[in-house]
Design a protein around this ligand. Structure first.
Ligand code: 5GP
Length: 189
């Protein structure tokens, strides 16, 4: 999506370790008009998917998930991050290694809000190696629900997450696909 690619070129900063900083518009200060446009694009793409629930993970996936859910008239389930597996019953859990923090977290959702009748569209801010996506997919599988797609605002293709998700038969849709991420030189697919 050109709007997002232009914004990344103008304001994105490339940090050590292949991290793109987009704090100014996507996950610290939020550009509400831009995120609304992104959500509308995702809603168009998945209009015929039969999705009846959006799933994301706190905190930086929430803004795009909300914009998408609002356009599609769907609720958004926000998986919580926890530091240990020592958690009460009544939740589905999955371990997720964090690309940005290099630590392992557990993501969890209440069994009350995710069940077999759900057709889930998963939404996150970034797709890198796919760990977050695979963890969220595991929650969907544990509930006996199905997944109609995985959406990322920004995909970093070099890190291979797309293949891992597609291998599970899940459609991957990203709004900006970065082919090469170098300081001063961001190339899109
Ligand atoms: P993955 O699990 O696919 O390796 O990484 C996805 C998660 O890590 C996303 O939820 C996102 O929060 C974070 N992440 C991965 N790469 C980047 C990046 O380049 N910049 C930022 N800000 N977050 C990233």
């Amino acid at each position: 999506m050109k709007l997002l690619e232009d914004k990344i070129k103008q304001e994105g900063k490339v940090l050590e370790g292949g991290i793109l900083k987009v704090d100014g518009f996507l996950n610290h200060r939020l550009d509400t008009a831009l995120i609304a446009e992104l959500g509308a694009d995702v809603a168009r793409e998945f209009a015929a998917s039969g999705a009846n629930l959006i799933l994301t993970v706190e905190a930086s996936g929430i803004s795009l998930a909300y914009a998408t859910g609002l356009k599609m008239g769907l609720p958004v389930l926000v998986a919580k991050k926890h530091k240990s597996l020592n958690i009460s019953d009544g939740v589905y859990t999955a371990p997720v290694f964090s690309f940005t923090h290099k630590t392992e977290n557990v993501v969890l959702v209440s069994r009350e809000y995710l069940s077999a009748e759900h057709k889930v569209l998963i939404v996150d801010d970034f797709l890198a190696s796919g760990n977050a996506a695979i963890g969220l997919l595991s929650l969907v599988e544990q509930a006996g629900a199905s997944c109609v797609g995985f959406v990322a605002a920004i995909e970093k293709s070099e890190q291979g997450g797309r293949t891992r998700i597609a291998e599970k038969g899940v459609k991957v849709y990203s709004l900006a696909r970065i082919k090469e991420l170098r300081a001063g030189d961001i190339k899109f697919e």
